[in-house]
Design a protein around this ligand. Sequence first.
Ligand code: PRP
Length: 208
Amino acid sequence: MCAVTLALAKGRTADRMMELLAKAGIQFPDFHATCRKLVLNSEDGTIKLLFVKAVDVPTYVEKGAADIGIVGKDTIMEEQPNVYELLDFKVAKCQIVVAGFEGKQPEKDKVITVATKYPSIAERFFVEKGIRTELIKLNGSIELAPLIGMSDVIVDIVETGSTLKENGLVILETIADVSARLIVNKASFATKTIQIQQSIKSLKGVLE
Ligand code: PRP
């Protein structure tokens, strides 16, 4: 039986998931804490794991380069890939928030500048609220933007809240709760049904 290819988001999601996969009996013998390998095969040969940048996981899965993927709901909400979303692993839990200086709530009568890694999520959120925005797309250290006057607020993920706190920022509004999710390529789901169902069954072990 050919292996199911799994694209796993490096960073926060992979850090939590590798531990859980091992606990669920899905072992990758070549994996270790400082591992730099980008492709790993499971001990039983059923899963070929690809470590990819979180933002690329939806592309790998939608295009069929990977049959399945594990990535944060934040990335799924931003990229809106044409895939099935089948499991919530309930790990790597974060919130997508609007953050800024205490008391500086976005107001309807002015255009606010928003720095974010998530321009689509931010745009949808503010359009729905009737608040006009100028979006500034950044790729990291988003909290810096209001500190140096580049933006009024940010839309970003918060996990422990430490980064906001240490930079004198607060949550102004919560947009969504997010966690690691399983996504599946639609064609693979039809053509490799047995293998994918088997992988999902094994991955569900992670939830127990
Ligand atoms: C994310 C996010 C915040 C931080 C929040 O950044 O953009 O900066 O984590 O985590 P906390 O609430 O636990 O402090 P990430 O670590 O992904 O790095 P980045 O700034 O390079 O995007």
